[in-house]
Write a protein that binds this ligand. Structure first.
Ligand SMILES: *Cc1c(COP(=O)(O)O)cnc(C)c1O
Length: 431
């Protein structure tokens, strides 16, 4: 082994060891770089907009730990809150004051949330929303959109066969076909398909779940009127409208995408930013629905570490700092500057750039990109070359064409101008 190590850098050496004991060498599949080829790098520390790899390469980071690091990595206020809270104990398994403060903060920032419960991941949040919607309505079927990701929940790892009325089949081995059949999938931005699905399943659809801004197949936006139509249809049909704001929540605005688009969902799934980098999720909404949860109601839901004091402290510190500095206004400015540079760089090339606030995506295809099928038209091979070129020059974008990029308040003008240079140079190389 020692002589092999001689020919490897630290990341390669660690990845070899990881592959022996961790499936695929990673604890979450996208980290394995399968979308772009090659091998992942290992990080030893992160600060602000930068990652430092175990081989001492410094990278300008546009992944931000997949969204949570909205103030940049290791934001001093967040670190301080974690340090101070940890000294008083890591977990109590009893109610603690920070849970109340977190609940009040979420309800204040997201007015559609009248009551909220904390969980430990975004997946747990969407899973709990689905069970709650089923318990509340007494119905079984779920309607979702192609290309919207809601974590690795059985009922939500489902793709439709073809056409609006086909019932789903599993996207993953291990999801029973019987369960997948309860999930109906339609294309995003297609209100007629949603209407048709409701008509074909009268009185049977418990919930319609969506990312109000889909950001797990790259990034595309809801067309004018689309979200409004969903709201009207769900009200008419007695279906629970669930916004999965695990990514957009506390990022696109204080109150997330529902504030930007002025839509009031019945339930909201949250995560990422509210944890400040610790494992946190939350779900909440109309009190009438939330009151169905145990111990008050018949829908069971629980968690040993839910509402963990360290996690609450980290999330609260991050949200407090975002409010103090009006981080959302800063991010819009940074995003606008980033967009100007990106549009200049892709001028005349068959590329499509999408941005809303601090989220962005560069597709290697002509637009428009308005749903999963359009996004799939992107040239992944070209993207992979572009990705590796940028990485070599110190700019880290998400290692997949089908992930959004994230800006944070720590991205400086010099980060952006260096990034613009690197992007331009690598676009020239791949076209
Ligand atoms: C990341 C994400 C999830 C899953 O959250 P985890 O914390 O990874 O379980 C769910 N929905 C959306 C929209 C996400 O972006």
């Amino acid at each position: 082994m020692a002589y092999i190590r001689f020919f490897m850098n630290q990341s390669q050496f660690l990845f070899e060891a990881a592959k022996k004991r961790i499936p695929g060498g990673v604890n979450s599949p996208v980290r394995a770089f399968r979308g772009v080829g090659g091998e992942p790098f290992f990080v030893k520390s992160a600060s602000g907009s930068r990652l430092t790899t175990v081989d001492n390469q410094e990278l300008i980071d546009y992944v931000g730990t997949w969204g949570p690091a909205i103030l940049g990595h290791a934001a001093p206020t967040v670190i301080e809150a974690v340090r101070e809270t940890a000294l008083r104990g890591l977990s109590f398994g009893t109610p603690n004051p920070l849970e109340v403060e977190m609940a009040e903060t979420i309800c204040r920032l997201v007015p559609s949330v009248e009551k909220v419960r904390m969980v430990n991941s975004g997946t747990e949040a969407t899973m709990s929303c689905i069970r709650l919607a089923r318990g509340f309505t007494g119905r079984s079927k779920i309607l979702k959109f192609e290309g919207c990701y809601h974590g690795h929940v059985d009922s939500l790892l489902v793709k439709a066969g073809s056409g609006a009325l086909t019932h789903g089949h599993p996207d993953s081995a291990g999801v029973p076909a019987e369960l997948a059949r309860l999930t109906i999938t339609v294309p995003y931005n297609d209100a007629d398909a949603v209407r048709a699905a409701f008509e074909a399943n009268p009185g049977e659809i418990a919930a319609l779940i969506l990312e109000p801004v889909p950001a797990n197949a790259g990034l595309y936006l809801p067309e004018p009127g689309f979200l409004e139509t969903l709201r009207v249809l769900c009200t008419e049909m007695g279906t629970v409208l669930i916004f999965d704001e695990v990514m957009t929540g506390f990022r696109l605005a204080r109150g997330g995408a529902q504030e930007v688009y002025q839509i009031t969902p019945d339930l909201t799934a949250m995560g990422k930013v509210i944890g400040g980098g610790l494992p946190v999720g939350a779900f909440g909404g109309r009190a009438e629905i939330m009151d169905q949860l145990s111990p008050d109601g018949p829908v069971y839901q629980a968690g040993t570490l839910s509402g963990n004091p360290i996690a609450m402290a980290a999330g609260l510190a991050q949200l407090r700092e975002m409010e103090r500095i009006d981080g959302w206004a800063q991010l819009e400015k940074i995003g606008a500057a980033f967009e100007v540079a990106a549009r200049e760089a892709i001028w005349g090339l068959p590329c499509t750039f999408k941005r809303i606030g601090s989220m962005f995506c560069l597709y290697f295809c002509e637009g428009p990109v308005r749903n999963l099928q359009d996004a799939m038209g992107s040239d992944k091979v070209r993207f992979g070359k572009f990705f590796h070129g940028c990485l070599e020059q110190g700019v880290y974008f998400a290692p997949s064409q089908f992930e959004a990029g994230f800006l944070c308040t720590a991205h400086s003008e010099s980060d952006l101008s260096r990034t613009a240079e690197v992007v331009k140079a690598n676009l020239e190389k791949v076209f």
